[in-house]
Design a protein around this ligand. Structure first.
Ligand SMILES: [Zn+2]
Length: 136
């Protein structure tokens, strides 16, 4: 599977209604369609392979459908992962607590939960940033 491209860093904002936005540093990895499709297929096959031995036990159809459904669900999640958020660090706009997100699929808008005050701010990236780095 080709990685194709390197990750990039950007400065965005953590925005929460009613509070001044704070700056957030992010590192993002664009994903190619080959990476997403290959990963989706590998995920699907992997889940089905793990679930298939269960099919010999009752209730057979439930294991079969559950395995196929879980594989399709996880595979689809991988397929729509156009960008991976490798890391995000910043401070909560409400209480000033620092946060550091781990690697996960980048959502738009991406939620930034605060462990200290339990408010969830939103990651705001510069206009056109993702389009500029999109692989396909
Ligand atoms: Zn907070």
């Amino acid at each position: 599977m080709s990685q194709g491209s390197v990750s990039f860093e950007a400065t965005g904002e953590a925005a929460l209604f009613g509070f001044d936005a704070t700056s957030a540093a992010v590192r993002i990895q664009p994903r190619s369609s080959a990476w997403r499709l290959g990963g989706a297929l590998a995920t699907f096959v992997g889940v089905v392979a793990v679930a298939s031995p269960l099919v010999v036990f009752p209730p057979h159809a439930v294991w079969l459908l559950g395995g196929l459904g879980t594989g399709a669900f996880l595979g689809h999640r991988r397929y729509i992962e156009r960008f991976t958020l490798l890391a995000a660090t910043g401070t909560c706009p409400k209480c000033g607590q620092t946060f550091a997100l781990k690697k996960m699929r980048l959502r738009v808008p991406h939620p930034l939960p605060c462990d200290a005050c339990h408010h969830e701010s939103t990651l705001r990236l510069p206009e056109g940033l993702l389009e500029q780095h999109a692989l396909d």
